[in-house]
Design a protein around this ligand. Structure first.
Ligand SMILES: Nc1nc2c(c(=O)[nH]1)N[C@H]1C(S)=C(S)[C@@H](COP(=O)(O)OP(=O)(O)OC[C@H]3O[C@@H](n4cnc5c(=O)[nH]c(N)nc54)[C@H](O)[C@@H]3O)O[C@H]1N2
Ligand SMILES: Nc1nc2c(c(=O)[nH]1)N[C@H]1C(S)=C(S)[C@@H](COP(=O)(O)OP(=O)(O)OC[C@H]3O[C@@H](n4cnc5c(=O)[nH]c(N)nc54)[C@H](O)[C@@H]3O)O[C@H]1N2
Ligand SMILES: [Mo]
Length: 674
């Protein structure tokens, strides 16, 4: 039997997948041939879903810890036993410490709105600490908002073939947004030139017509220098700027303060390379800037992103189809979310029993989970619920996270459909359904198609959806939370109940029948051709750009960008994908640096930052620039030679904007392992 479902992964492509199901089990996966963005191909990761779904170590039954914290030794218990015990412990904690002693840690393990977002209702009902979900896009979002306003309406990828110059700026799209590639190839066939701006030679650099290799953290100065040059050469669209943009004159003054030489010096590009770049932009309208989040994961990543996002404004690129910027398309999905996550409790809700919504609950920035678990007081975090995430491996300053997870007095509940690093630290490990086994509604951040996905396969063992678990816990606390118990179709109907023109007239029946429906965008889709979509002007604040500065004694910058065959840690259990990534995590070192440090290709090295140490096998390659080390992929800690995540090294300080992460602001030293 064949079924069409949505891919739930945290990836811009949000594919429609054609799965073959035999006796309730998924046996094969390809892409929906009829979907205009998926175009019949599934990526290297999702074609392996059968291996992921039926991995030998997938948690299938509720389990209670029997070994020491973090040892990963469990005994099977019934759902009744597990839920009763968790609820009893929760009651004790709520009575003794109040709601804020409870913390959720969740992210986008599934992008489904129901299994991803609905569980928040439970936490808001009991007044738990709030988690600020900043780890990925917060800095980029804040940079976007500063110029374009809160809605992220990137260029429609289906319009990409109309662009004539395409700059893939800090976006390794061949690996992380592979369904954009057919549109890029189509643009190229029609005469477009494709540039890549990145810090190392990744697959996208090799795919591009021209690769500009820049120093990490230099994008802000580089983009300001380019903007300055556009003004100097009379290539700025002054008509567009004066009609639709606030603050552009001050921005121009600031940009004129940067010479092309400044841009070259900061980025490491030669002056002639930079001139060619600028000339390409000027001669190649419409210009499209596909920007990635990697450059925002720096100390001054927000300012860098603002500077880059200013370029299509200066060029007036938004006036033509295919022109502008594409960071995310998520702002198009104006669903009726008022009740989805329990925010409605914050209005006029009357506390009763354990129902104690608290709009003033303390906030925990998720990138500082380690600090929250080890340093928060009044109240301390006493119960941690982890779902849709693997923070033991993916959160910066992992050593501190581990210290927190090892706390004897911390009660940790993990909902998982895979044996993640975090699952090993659980006091109760609860088996979750995989999104191919439950219904959900999906938006996208890389295109404008909304989709509905029915369960395709039977959940193995006793796996249950996240919402079911929280409904059962709510019941045991005497809370009435119908939001958690309603059928997914009902939630979906409510989400679709909006008067926004992009969604108006779309019924749940239509969505269910078609599976995937494109938003009714105005045509041509030129969201910022006349300023902001709400009628206001765009803004061009002067970005406070500055490159990062090394930490004394730690001369190399370590970058940890996504790997082609992984999706964060979500596919780490699949041996063939690990093999495709080199079998174990590799640190890429430039030959000059390898020579200086005495590192041999294939040998092991110790990397040390002010926060911790890890051991990795070395790969000597000219794909990286001198002074920069690259470790592709967030591997499961369990698959590293020392059992440690690369995040042992990364800082948990916030970037300059939006409270976001700064994974790439990691400074290390490296030496051969004796
Ligand atoms: N295959 C695969 N796909 C994925 C993921 C994955 O892990 N694997 N992760 C998914 C997720 S969660 C996300 S958020 C997105 C990630 O999407 P993006 O953040 O857009 O990540 P990438 O496309 O890898 O782009 C990051 C690039 O930025 C570069 N970079 C780092 N620092 C700098 C800098 O200072 N300047 C410049 N110019 N470039 C810099 C890195 O070298 C890398 O090539 O991808 C999603 N898709
Ligand atoms: N050093 C470094 N660290 C990084 C990054 C980096 O570039 N460098 N990137 C960061 C980024 S962009 C992101 S988005 C984060 C991602 O970090 P995480 O959010 O931790 O993502 P994953 O590691 O993919 O973990 C998702 C987990 O959700 C589980 N899951 C999937 N579906 C369901 C479900 O329906 N129910 C339940 N209960 N569980 C489910 C999966 O099995 C998986 O273990 O990592 C960040 N960490
Ligand atoms: Mo992400």
């Amino acid at each position: 039997m064949k079924r069409l479902v949505s891919c739930p992964q945290d990836c811009p492509d949000a594919c429609r997948l054609l799965v073959t199901v035999e006796e309730g089990r998924v046996v094969a996966v390809t892409g929906d041939p009829d979907h205009p963005v998926t175009r019949g191909f599934a990526c290297a990761k999702t074609t392996r879903y059968p291996e992921r779904l039926y991995a030998a170590d997938r948690p299938l039954y509720p389990m209670r810890r029997v070994g020491k914290k973090g040892e990963g030794r469990f005994e099977r218990v019934s759902w009744e036993e597990a839920l009763d015990a968790i609820a009893a412990r929760l009651r004790e904690i709520l009575d003794a410490y109040g709601g804020e002693a409870v913390l959720r840690y969740n992210y986008a393990g599934t992008m489904g709105l129901i299994q991803g977002r609905r569980p928040l209702v439970f936490f808001r009902a009991i007044g738990a600490s709030e988690l600020d979900e900043t780890i990925c896009s917060a800095t980029g979002e804040a940079a976007w908002a500063a110029i374009y306003g809160a809605e992220k309406l990137g260029v429609d990828p289906e319009d990409v073939p109309k662009a004539r110059t395409i700059v893939l700026w800090g976006a390794n799209v061949v690996s992380t947004n592979s369904h954009l590639v057919p549109f890029l190839k189509e643009a190229r066939r029609r005469g477009a030139r494709i540039y890549a701006v990145d810090v190392y030679e990744n697959r996208t650099a090799r795919f591009a017509d021209r690769f500009f290799r820049v120093r990490p953290g230099s994008d802000g100065v580089l983009a300001m220098a380019i903007a300055g040059e556009l003004f100097r050469r009379g290539a700025a669209d002054l008509d567009y700027l004066s009609r639709y943009v606030e603050g552009w004159e001050r921005f121009r003054e600031a940009a004129l303060g940067y010479s092309l030489e400044d841009g070259a010096r900061a980025s490491g590009l030669s002056l002639s390379e930079l001139e060619a770049f600028v000339e390409g932009l000027i001669g190649g309208a419409p210009q499209l800037f596909r920007v990635g989040y990697g450059m925002t994961r720096h100390a001054s990543g927000g300012a860098a992103m603002m500077a880059v996002l200013a370029l299509p404004v200066v060029l007036g690129a938004w006036r033509r189809e295919g022109g502008g910027a594409l960071l995310s398309t998520s702002g198009g999905f104006r669903l009726h979310k008022a009740r989805l996550e329990g925010l409605h409790f914050w209005k006029n809700a009357r506390p009763k029993g354990y129902f104690r919504p608290n709009p003033y609950a303390r906030h925990v920035n998720q990138i500082q989970l380690g600090r929250a678990l080890t340093a928060l007081d009044d109240p301390p975090v006493k119960a941690l619920f982890v779902f849709n995430a693997n923070p033991a491996a993916t959160v910066p300053n992992a050593g501190l996270v581990r210290e927190g997870l090892l706390r004897e007095d911390l009660f940790t509940v993990v909902l998982e459909n895979a044996m993640s690093d975090t699952a090993r630290y659980a006091d109760y490990l609860l088996p979750a359904t995989h999104p191919l086994e439950h219904a959900d509604l999906y938006t996208s951040y890389g295109h404008y198609w909304l989709s509905w996905s029915e369960p395709a396969a039977r959940p193995p063992g006793e796996a249950r959806p996240n919402t079911w678990v929280f409904a059962e816990l709510a019941r045991r606390l005497g809370l009435s939370l119908p939001e958690l118990e309603e059928p997914p179709e009902k939630t979906a109907r409510e989400l679709l109940d909006t008067a926004h023109p992009y969604l108006v007239g779309l019924s749940f029946e239509q969505l269910m029948e078609k599976g995937s429906v494109k938003l009714s965008l105005p045509r041509p889709f030129l969201p910022y051709a006349r300023g902001r979509p709400d009628g206001g002007k765009l803004k061009l604040p002067v970005p406070p750009v500055r490159p990062g500065t090394p930490e004394p004694g730690f001369p190399y910058r370590l970058l940890t960008p996504p790997a082609h065959h992984f999706l964060n840690t979500s596919f780490g259990m699949i041996k063939s994908l690990r093999a495709a990534e080199g079998g174990e995590p590799l640190v890429w070192v430039h030959p000059e640096d390898a020579g200086r440090e005495g590192l041999l290709d294939g040998g092991y090295a110790e990397l040390e930052s002010p926060r911790g140490r890890i051991v990795r096998r070395v790969r000597v390659t000219e794909a990286v620039q001198p002074g920069v080390l690259v470790l592709e992929g967030t591997w499961r800690a369990a698959d590293a030679p020392d059992g440690k995540s690369a995040n042992e090294l990364t800082p948990d300080d916030e970037s300059d904007l939006g409270g976001g992460s700064a994974f790439n602001e990691t400074w290390v030293r490296i030496r051969p392992l004796e």
